[in-house]
Design a binder for this molecule. Structure first.
Ligand code: GLC
Length: 419
């Protein structure tokens, strides 16, 4: 007897003009998704593809709670030329590097026609990050930027407006935590662990002072601004606004602490919102989101994030994988992920889609933040640049290095990498 599943496959296969045997032949695609970016919701998007294409079976693999842990894993897979992984999600800082290593297959042939025009449908920063020498090396999965999350209920209760400068934030945090007198309540949580996110921790105030780190491939390090940037974060710890062990805090730790109701202000990426509004959250409907504060006298700046789908050069199903990625990197799935996981859209028009603004009201205002967010330096030696910055931020916050020594060492080490 023919099972219902087989029947469904045959019917769908016939709809696609496939013969019975082709409809039954399965292509297995194995897809790597970062574990903090809602693999549960991606699974549903993958199921939509499987429903339309019953001849394709998609398996999810997740791992690593931070960008560099994921990169470490993928580097191992790619170095081993392992063909078991077909598609992988990559932090926006990596597609160019993966392409240079020969680890991904360009999409040009699958896209066909005018590549520039095709990429124009995305926000410009992502078209740029994924195009290397005319080759489309990955396709955008979702956009990202850093925001200031705050406890709407607590700010209202204590008559405090969302801060626009870091000084205002310190004052607001002190006022609220003093009045609440709750030993578990932190004023501010941000990322001080030596993770990729700590590169943005350093750059946020540094950029806010109007400084560039790299211009046209050359280091343009402003030591005074670097000292101030490092000191800004360390002062939060010394003033008791941030907790003593902030040097151990990674992105998802900030998310969890805020979600448990133990934080007034948090610096984080867009995915956190979906979790704050989830069933297991202690802060559901109590959360506000605004752009990040500026350094007094400076401009508010965010750090550009985002994730991209790449097809492995070792995949045995590269064309099928690329077709699947085109489906994922579409306005339809972008909207689905915005509504169900609060991942920021890579397409400008999705930000103001009524269903999206209903599910995530602040996304309409998030678009200018993403559009003006600054990218981390683009250089083939980014891994080293990242390592230098994040370990220094971490050491300063752990109290094993002064901001002055941190800035000096950062400059000397960066000079050796970016001459
Ligand atoms: C977010 C961003 C990504 C960034 C990472 C750092 O996931 O989207 O670009 O590198 O956080 O922790």
């Amino acid at each position: 007897m023919i099972s219902t599943k087989t029947m469904k496959m045959l019917v769908a296969g016939a709809a696609l003009g496939l013969t019975a045997s082709a409809a039954l032949a399965e292509t297995n695609l194995r897809v790597f998704v970062s574990s903090q970016h809602r693999p549960d919701v991606w699974r549903k998007a993958f199921d939509m593809y499987q429903e339309a294409r019953p001849d394709v079976k998609i398996t999810i693999e997740t791992g690593g709670n931070t960008s560099e842990q994921q990169a470490q894993y993928l580097n191992t897979v790619m170095t081993a030329k392992d063909s078991s992984l077909d598609v992988m999600i990559l932090d926006v800082i990596r597609p160019a590097q993966y392409a240079a290593a020969g680890w991904t297959v360009p999409f040009n042939a699958v896209i066909g026609g005018d590549i520039g025009l095709y990429m124009k449908s995305y926000l410009p920063a992502y078209a740029e990050a994924n195009t290397v020498d005319g080759k489309v090396v990955a396709l955008p999965a979702f956009a990202d930027a850093m925001f200031l999350y705050y406890r709407k209920d607590l700010l209202e209760k204590h008559g405090v407006e969302p801060p626009t400068t870091w000084d205002e934030l310190a004052a607001a945090a002190k006022k609220i935590t003093a009045a609440e007198n709750d030993p578990n309540l932190q004023g501010l949580s941000f990322q001080g662990k030596a993770i990729e996110g700590a590169v943005c921790t350093f750059l946020l105030p540094y950029w806010s002072m109007g400084k560039n780190l790299v211009s046209e491939g050359k280091l343009t390090f402003d030591k005074e601004a670097a000292v101030k940037a490092l000191k800004l974060w360390k002062d939060f710890v010394d003033a008791g606004v941030a907790k003593k062990n902030i040097a151990e805090v990674a992105t998802d730790d900030t998310r969890k602490e805020f979600q448990a109701g133990n934080v007034v202000f948090a610096v984080n990426w867009s995915y956190a919102w979906g979790q704050f509004q989830g069933a297991e959250s202690a802060v559901k409907d109590k959360v506000g989101v605004v752009k990040l504060p500026a350094v007094a006298g400076g401009e508010p700046v965010s750090c550009l994030g985002g994730w991209e789908w790449g097809v492995s050069a070792y995949s045995k199903n590269a064309t099928e994988a690329a077709n699947f990625v085109q489906f994922l990197s579409s306005p339809k799935i972008s909207k689905f992920m915005a509504v169900n996981a609060a991942l920021l859209p890579q397409f400008p028009e999705v930000y103001t889609d009524p269903e999206v603004t209903k599910a995530v009201p602040w996304f309409a205002e998030a678009k200018p933040v993403v559009e003006t967010a600054r990218a981390r330096p683009v250089t083939p030696r980014y891994n080293e640049v990242s390592e230098i910055i994040r370990t220094t931020v971490n050491a300063v916050l752990a109290g094993t290095m002064t901001p002055e020594d941190g800035a000096s060492q950062m400059e000397a080490r960066l000079r050796r990498v970016l001459r």
